[in-house]
Each structure stands twice: as structure tokens, then as C-alpha cells.
Design a protein around this ligand. Structure first.
Ligand code: CAA
Length: 292
């Protein structure tokens, strides 16, 4: 087989991490007809992913959005595994969606560089770490890039394909085409910048929203309403932060600040205190809003 990445070489996809993002990315791949391994070190994480995806699939059928046959086929293409080594050996395309920690990602990518077939692209879904940070560890830096999905990944159309200096054109083209085959509208980010494009746009809006609320200009609710009713956003900035998770929002802000050192990027202390209180947004039952 040709060792250059190519869409034609892809039949099996490995998604590493069965969390909020990984599980829905994997379902996108299965719906596109790929045999898809979801790998996680936690059996509980895999069980929870299976339950959510089966429930989602049943909901799609009940709503008449997908046929029973289509969801059965997709669910039948999903393989749940805790064994990264054997999954890596048979994967033609790998999307890492593990914990946002460089030390963990470095270990994973080093292993993938050894075990994955030569033609396999090693992508990361990371929103904070450009793939250049892990590329050298793989021994195939040209076949490494970010393939960044958005929450909820079964709904949001955007995929940011981010190249680093050594990413090859074949890797970019294959990744863009794979995203299209998953029903997405990929955008190409030509070089790494903290936050890429979407999170920079979102961050700018969030920053202004936090300023307006902190200054008592308007309530959280009214700021969110304005974003929805004046600008046509599907949800307001505070609702969106609660959806994304305040820990994730805080982590992105910290990572951006660590990289730029720009005072304007200083993380918001109000969000940090909510996180310290365990108020992480929807997933913990409360954040800016109460969901209990
Ligand atoms: N998983 C799967 N599908 C979901 C879902 C979920 N968690 N939440 C909603 N949906 C689906 C629903 O099933 C429904 O599908 P159909 O219309 O096909 O039946 C559709 O989305 C709309 O859902 P609802 O009617 O329940 O609610 P809504 O109209 O308010 O939409 C929303 C919900 C899709 C989340 C919408 O509010 C939205 O688009 N919000 C903005 C989301 C956003 O900006 N995401 C990016 C976050 S940033 C990020 O992810 C990057 C990062 O690095 C942090």
C-alpha cells in the first residue's frame, strides 16, 4: 500500500478518548461508513459512551431523522476498546480526543508513531495544543495535524483543520475530505495560533459579555437574550460557556495566556472561582445558570 496519506486508504478510524467529544466524533465516523474504534482507558467511560450513542440513535429514528437501518449499520461499525496498542495497529486514520494534557498526549503520539501503519494520519482534536507540540514525537511530523470538532460534534458542521509547519499537503487534503465525508464543512487554518479561529471569535464575544455583566450594564440573561434576538446566535455567550464547560473555557483561557503572555488574554477571575466551587456549567448542574 502507498505510504502517502490518501482518503482511499481509509477504512478504519480510531478515536482515542470516549468523552463528550470523542464519542460523538466516533459516531460521525461510523455514520460515514467507517469501521470505528473508540478507545478509552476507562471501561465506565466506554459504557457511558455506548449508552449515550444508542440513546441518540434511537432518538434520531423516533424523530424520523435517520432510518433504523442506517443507525443499526452505524452502531454495528463501532468497536469499544481499552486496548490502544492493537487498535493503533489496524487504524488508517487516528483522531486523539484524550485529556487536554501535553504529557498524556506526548505519550500517546509517541506510541502511535511506532504502532500505526505508515500511511495513517495522526490527528488531534485538541483546541489548545497545536499539533506541532506532539508531531516530533511521532517520527512522521508530515502526517500530523489538528482536526478540531465542536460541541455537540454530531450537530456542529465546522471542523478546523490546522496545519503546522511540517504538515504535508496530502495530510491536509485527506483530512479535509474525511471531514466532508463525515458531513462536515471543514475550514483550513494555515498556521497555528492560540484558539485557532472559532475559539478566538468565541473568546472575544465572551470577554465583552463578561465585561458588560461585571460592570452591571445588563444582566446575564439580557446579554444572552441580546445575542440570540439581535444577532441571531443560537445561544448567548453565558449559555454557551455553560454548554462548553467552565473548566474547559478556563483551561483554554489559561493556555492562551501562557502562550501569548498578553495582559489582554488574562483569564477571567470570575470563571476561575466558579470552577473552584465545582460550578462547571450544564454537566455539573450549575454554572452561570442553575440546571437542577
Ligand atoms: N448531542 C447531539 N445532538 C444534540 C445535542 C447533543 N448534546 N444537543 C442538541 N442536539 C440536537 C438535537 O437533537 C436537535 O436535532 P434535530 O433538530 O435534528 O432534531 C438539534 O441539535 C437542536 O437541538 P434543540 O432543539 O434541543 O436545541 P437548540 O435548537 O437550542 O440547539 C444547539 C442546541 C445545537 C446546542 C444550539 O443551541 C447551538 O448550536 N448552540 C451553539 C453551540 C456552539 O457554539 N458550539 C461550539 C462550542 S465551542 C467548542 O466546542 C470548541 C472548543 O474547543 C471548546
Amino acid at each position: 500500500m502507498n505510504t502517502q496519506p490518501s482518503i482511499e486508504n481509509i477504512s478504519t478510524i480510531l478515536v482515542i478518548g470516549a468523552g463528550t467529544m470523542g464519542r460523538q466524533i466516533a459516531m460521525n465516523a461510523a455514520l460515514a461508513g467507517y469501521t470505528t474504534v473508540i478507545q478509552d482507558i476507562s471501561e465506565d467511560g466506554l459504557a457511558s459512551a455506548r449508552t449515550e450513542l444508542e440513546r441518540w440513535a434511537a432518538g434520531r429514528v423516533a424523530k424520523g431523522k435517520l432510518t433504523q437501518q442506517k443507525v443499526d449499520e452505524a452502531l454495528g461499525l463501532l468497536i469499544y476498546s481499552t486496548d490502544l496498542d492493537s487498535a493503533a495497529v489496524t487504524a488508517d486514520y487516528i483522531i486523539e480526543a484524550a485529556t487536554e494534557r501535553l504529557d498524556i498526549k506526548l505519550q500517546i503520539f509517541e506510541k502511535l508513531g511506532v504502532l500505526a501503519p505508515a500511511h495513517a494520519i495522526l490527528a488531534t482534536n485538541s483546541s489548545t495544543l497545536g499539533s506541532s507540540k506532539v508531531a516530533q514525537a511521532t517520527g512522521r511530523a508530515d502526517r500530523v495535524c489538528n482536526m478540531h470538532f465542536f460541541n455537540p460534534a454530531l450537530v456542529m458542521k465546522c471542523v478546523e483543520v490546522v496545519r503546522h509547519e511540517a504538515t504535508s499537503d496530502a495530510t491536509v487534503e485527506t483530512t479535509m475530505e474525511l471531514a466532508r465525508r463525515m458531513g462536515k464543512e471543514p475550514v483550513l487554518i494555515n498556521r497555528e495560533i492560540p484558539g485557532f479561529v472559532a475559539n478566538r471569535l468565541m473568546g472575544a464575544l465572551q470577554k465583552e459579555a463578561l465585561y458588560l455583566a461585571d460592570a452591571g450594564i445588563a444582566s446575564l440573561e439580557d446579554i444572552d437574550t441580546t445575542a440570540r434576538t439581535a444577532l441571531g446566535h443560537p445561544m448567548g455567550p453565558f449559555e454557551l460557556m455553560d454548554l462548553v464547560g467552565l473548566d474547559v473555557v478556563n483551561f483554554i483561557a489559561q493556555a492562551t495566556y501562557a502562550e501569548t503572555g498578553d495582559e489582554q488574554d488574562t483569564p477571567n477571575p470570575g470563571i476561575a472561582s466558579l470552577v473552584a466551587e465545582g460550578k462547571l456549567g450544564r454537566k455539573s448542574g450549575s454554572g452561570f445558570y442553575d440546571y437542577r
